[in-house]
Write a protein that binds this ligand. Structure first.
Ligand SMILES: NC(=O)C1=CN([C@@H]2O[C@H](COP(=O)(O)OP(=O)(O)OC[C@H]3O[C@@H](n4cnc5c(N)ncnc54)[C@H](OP(=O)(O)O)[C@@H]3O)[C@@H](O)[C@H]2O)[C@@H](O)CC1
Ligand SMILES: Nc1ncnc2c1ncn2[C@@H]1O[C@H](COP(=O)(O)OP(=O)(O)O)[C@@H](O)[C@H]1O
Ligand SMILES: [K+]
Length: 523
């Protein structure tokens, strides 16, 4: 599990630890970890550190201090280090002295051409870290846009990325590697910030931290959550998932949701809807029932809405009336947005909403724009604004509907509603998904995800576990299924690859590293 903490929490842990240690200890630990990574990258690129050209971009805070100290360590090993001071006169005094003592060169911005930056063997981004406010400043923007040949190593956070949220206001430094200290920051795991961070490495500095508000499951965490039938299991004990999906216009959505559901660990899939004939032809193992969810017999969880068309309102009402977990997707969400959060008010069983940002915009508008009452009409949020602020969007929706929310797109975010007491930290737990590829943005892949997550719910996983495990497997399946890495995939292929990735996860096969060309980490 990767744990990510807010800046405020990191600061508190830092203060507590610093009070017990000699001054400068934490920065020395951070800078040493940073220098080790840089030396490894330089050795890979040039065979050795000695003689390599390193540019340090140093801002006015401790982030610049880390970069200057790391630059000094590289200079001591023979690297030709040039530090560019973006806030001359305010650079970290100790770091500057260390770099000068190691015969590093120190210049101000006007004294170095972008050409020197562009041909460096390695650039250290120490412009700003967790103390950053309001995006990159004008003096730093040319570095964000300049071409470069060597890797950029971000210190703690890529400058310009909001550490708490992953939001990027304007330009930001695009890193190949980010070396972060003490804990991951949410902004390193959530797009757009995550896509600026490259490969993220954590350097422990001894912070004692409380449980993390944001986590990313890894292979072993997912493996531990996968349902496994016991010796006494039968198909009903394994869980029956009901799928109310598809319509005359979108029969394929029913097939794809069922395809996902059949691979999610439930013992049986029960289908209700107008595409029963097509479903049985495609998947003879499906149980089909006439009418809506109300008359369908016992199920342990419902999936409502993929391709649901005009029948989605009835299916939603009947599924929500059942005292079992309900996953609401697609047309079910459009109907829920029309009804507003009150439609979930009487439910005691878990509800899982799986919107993309367009549906999230409708849901927020249905909740009164800001999650308040419907009479407080605010400007309806636009989908692209919500995509740029994925963490806040998922949290707002979870709070407004008091349901678990899986927000789809580049970095899928799963948010729980805040605790009912309203005391303490004002947000519920959040999981972010580290697998996936932008090729998942293909028609029908969301239907597969809905079926898969619903099946995991029926098999007994909690709503946040089912959502996070489904997103993880779905993202891995998309990566695995491409005939050539990075090639397009179809939703049917994603569904067909699920058993193989299930086995990979159980066997502990490492996932592929994230790939820029495949368009990010999220599903
Ligand atoms: N926490 C820990 O445990 C440890 C933390 N460590 C390190 O310390 C870092 C945090 O250092 P920090 O607190 O000095 O803040 P930092 O990120 O350097 O930025 C603040 C400075 O930047 C300025 N500034 C603000 N916004 C800006 C912008 N948009 N663009 C440009 N400049 C901007 C602002 O000045 P202003 O100009 O606003 O007056 C202020 O001077 C952390 O990320 C990690 O690297 C490690 O050494 C070890 C343990
Ligand atoms: N840019 C992206 N990067 C990664 N995954 C994405 C991206 N855009 C969409 N996805 C994923 O693709 C799937 C699309 O689902 P959805 O929008 O519901 O499509 P459909 O309605 O056609 O099934 C989701 O799992 C979503 O997270
Ligand atoms: K930085």
């Amino acid at each position: 599990m990767r744990h990510a903490h807010r800046v405020e929490v990191v600061r508190a842990a830092e203060a507590e630890l610093m009070a017990r240690l000699p001054e400068g200890t934490l920065m020395r630990r951070a800078a040493t970890g940073l220098a080790v990574t840089c030396a490894r990258l330089l050795t890979r690129r040039r065979g050795r550190v000695y003689g390599s050209r390193v540019v340090v971009l140093a801002g006015s805070g401790d982030n610049g201090g880390d970069a200057l100290y790391a630059g000094a360590e590289l200079a001591r090993r023979g690297a030709r280090v040039t530090a560019v001071l973006l806030a001359p006169g305010r650079a970290h005094g100790g770091g500057l002295a260390a770099l000068r003592a190691a015969h590093g060169r120190v210049v101000v911005e006007q004294e170095i051409g972008l050409a020197d930056f562009s041909c460096a063997d390695l650039v250290l981004d120490g412009i700003v870290g967790i103390g950053g406010r309001g995006g990159l400043r004008p003096e730093a923007e040319p570095y964000a846009r300049a071409a470069r040949t060597g890797p950029v190593v971000a210190v703690d956070v890529p400058s310009g990325v909001d550490a708490d949220t992953g939001e990027v206001a304007g330009a930001a430094l695009r890193a190949d590697v980010t070396v972060c200290f003490g804990t991951y920051k949410p902004g390193l795991l959530i797009d757009p910030g995550a896509s600026y961070a490259g490969a993220v490495q954590l350097v422990g500095i001894g912070l004692e931290l409380p449980p993390a508000g944001v986590v990313a499951l890894q292979h072993a965490d997912v493996a531990a959550l996968l349902p496994v039938p016991g010796a006494e299991s039968d198909k009903y004990r394994r869980g029956v998932v009901g799928v109310a999906a598809g319509s005359a216009r979108y029969p394929g959505a029913a097939l794809l949701a069922v395809a996902g559901a059949l691979r999610g660990g439930a013992g049986a899939v029960r289908y209700v809807g107008t595409a029963a004939e097509e479903v049985v032809r495609g998947f003879p193992e499906t149980l089909v029932t006439e009418g809506g969810p109300a008359g369908a017999g016992r199920v342990q969880a419902w999936v409502v809405g993929p391709g649901g068309g005009e029948g989605a309102d009835r299916a939603l009402a009947e599924a929500l009336a059942a005292d079992v977990p309900v996953l609401v997707d697609a047309d079910g969400l459009t109907e829920l947005a029309r009804l507003g959060p009150g439609a979930l008010a009487g439910r005691t069983a878990p509800t899982l909403l799986t919107p993309h940002t367009g549906e999230a915009a409708r849901l927020l508008a249905g909740a009164g724009g800001d999650g308040g009452t419907r009479s407080e009409q605010a400007r309806p949020p636009a989908a692209d604004e919500l995509a740029a602020a994925r963490l806040a969007t998922a949290r707002r929706l979870a709070a407004a509907y008091r349901a678990t929310v899986l927000l789809k797109g580049s970095t899928t975010v799963v948010a729980d509603p805040p605790p009912a007491s309203g005391r303490g930290y004002p947000h519920g737990a959040v999981r972010v998904n580290p697998t996936g590829t932008a090729w998942l943005a293909t028609a029908g892949s969301g239907d597969v995800l809905a079926g898969l997550a619903g099946s995991l719910l029926a098999a007994g996983l909690s709503a946040p576990d089912a959502a996070a495990v489904a997103a993880y497997l779905h993202g891995l399946a998309a990566r695995r299924t491409a005939a050539v890495p990075g090639a397009p995939v179809t939703a049917s292929e994603v569904a067909a690859a699920l058993p193989a990735v299930w086995n990979d996860v159980r066997a502990g096969e490492a996932p592929e590293p994230r790939s820029r060309t495949s368009g990010g980490t999220g599903t």
